[in-house]
Design a protein around this ligand. Structure first.
Ligand code: BGP
Length: 478
């Protein structure tokens, strides 16, 4: 058995990391527009509005707002069958709470989706990828406020009505669970428009925000199916398997619980119910979360059509470790330790292709063969152009090749229902966690350096031709 003939090979990005044009055609500020540049180990600052003299890399991105036609032509040259990006919510509803959408913003995505379709590429779209309108964070307190449910559903409905003939695959919230990092505020800020560190009980607040997002997502699924029953609406979770450091039973138990950081979110969105352990945890902590019976009925009715997930790395816990995680962007868990059997990237992300197969099997077994879509995977690297104006990115070829071989095993040997694979940052973009340009993921090099200078030229790396072959042979030649 080989991969299905219509397997969705492509690449992934998010609007705020590449579009630029942050103040054009009526667009409002998003939460990412008030995050300064950072660096490996240097946290990005969240400012109160845009402050003169500070540097905000997302304002420029890679200028895709103006270059998308040429960039999409390069994706087509690689043979992409799909391209995952997001709609910048604040292009459509600049402050987030307007009655009517911004027509110029809607038109931009019409043109972009048409351009993809003309190139034989189907759009795969995330509605909220770390770029909710800043107005919603400022005026409403972000997803800590139930009112956001209606505002999100209004936005989702506008998008489904406008684009349902052009876009079949959607996701509601990007990496919805990737906000449970109390050591660094950027995760809660970008997901929920909330700085959890400013609350006495940050964890409780995170679960409350997540609940409102679950309800909003479920309502979006219900709306989408009313508008067009062919639409496929997925969740999007950051999938990170957690292994015990030793066969010490305490490590095994701890690994099970730490894995909840992924599985809690997929459980609620795929099954439409809260897991029993979560209900017990809420009770045990005495959290009076605002969760109504009507909400619970909606979760059930609005369960997702597929599991979309990102996969970069696996984790290891050691019940006896106590690492200093203050300010870390990698982990908020003092028990997380490196895996002695695996290498890591320059940013300390463990490289574990077998973990991808494991993840696919866990979801498959847990959700009874539900379709899955790997919508992010990749390796961030320091790269410079060589004298031939290219980058010999063999390490990327090896990373992606290893993961593709494992996903093929999951399909061919384990029977997992996998519909596509879109490596992250198929063209170099601004990094989310560090705000750097120098953390590059692409098959296409973009000549913009940290600080924003550079010609903006696009140049093919060695992996460009390699990935073209992978797609052309439907994964036979990796
Ligand atoms: C995920 C996000 C992306 C992204 C990617 C790589 O968390 O969904 O937006 O950028 O990780 O992270 P980084 O850019 O920090 O290397």
């Amino acid at each position: 058995m080989a991969l299905p003939k219509d397997f969705l090979w492509g690449g992934a990005v998010a609007a705020h990391q590449l579009e630029g044009g942050y103040a054009e055609d009526g667009r409002g500020l998003s939460v990412s527009d008030v995050m300064t540049g950072g660096a490996h180990g240097v946290a990005r600052e969240i400012t109160d509005g845009v402050i003169e003299g500070k540097y905000y890399p997302n304002h420029k991105g890679i200028d895709f707002y103006h270059t998308y036609r040429d960039d999409i032509a390069l994706f087509a040259e690689m043979g992409f069958r799909c391209f995952r990006t997001s709609i910048s919510w604040s292009r459509i509803f600049p402050e987030g709470d307007e009655e009517r959408p911004n027509e110029a913003g809607l038109r931009f995505y019409d043109d972009m989706f048409d351009c993809m379709l003309e190139n034989g590429i189907q759009p795969v779209i995330t509605l909220s990828h770390f770029e909710m309108p800043y107005g919603l964070a400022k005026k409403y307190g972000g997803w800590a406020n139930r009112e956001l449910i209606d505002l999100f559903v209004r936005y989702a409905r506008v998008c489904f009505e406008r684009y349902h003939e052009k876009v079949r695959y959607w996701m509601t919230f990007n990496e919805i669970g990737n906000q449970f990092n109390t050591a660094n505020d950027i995760f809660g800020w970008t997901n929920s428009g909330v700085r959890f560190s400013q609350y006495d009980d940050p964890e409780r607040m995170m679960y409350q925000c997540a609940h409102y997002e679950f309800v909003a997502s479920a309502l979006a699924v219900i709306e989408a199916h009313k508008i067009d029953p062919d639409l496929m609406i997925g969740c999007m979770v950051a999938a990170g398997p957690v292994y015990p450091r030793e066969c010490r039973p305490a490590d095994v138990l701890m690994a099970n619980d730490a894995f909840h950081g992924t599985l809690f979110f997929s459980d609620v969105q795929a099954r439409g119910t809260y897991p029993n352990w979560a209900k017990r945890m809420f009770d045990r902590n005495g959290w009076d979360l605002d969760i109504t019976d009507e909400d619970l009925a909606l979760l059930k009715q609005g369960a997702v059509d597929y599991i979309g997930f990102s996969y970069y790395m696996s984790h290891v816990v050691d019940s006896e470790a106590h690492a200093d995680v203050s300010g870390s962007v990698e982990s908020a868990d003092e028990h997380m330790v490196p895996n002695p059997y695996l290498d890591a990237t320059d940013w300390g992300w463990t490289i574990d292709p077998v973990g991808l197969r494991y993840m696919l099997k866990v979801f498959d077994e847990r959700y009874d063969g539900m379709p899955q879509f790997i919508v992010e995977n990749g390796i961030g690297m320091y790269e410079d152009l060589d004298e031939n104006d290219t980058v010999e990115d063999d390490a990327r070829i090896s990373y992606l090749g290893g993961h593709i071989r494992e996903l093929k095993r999951a399909v061919e040997e384990d029977g997992v229902n996998l519909i596509g694979y879109t490596p992250w940052g198929c063209i170099d973009v601004v990094s989310f966690t560090t705000g750097e340009y120098r953390k590059r993921y692409g098959f296409i090099y973009v000549d913009i350096q940290d600080g924003g200078e550079g010609t903006g030229r696009r140049l093919k790396k060695k992996s460009f031709e390699w990935y073209r072959r992978v797609i052309a042979t439907n994964g036979e030649e990796v």
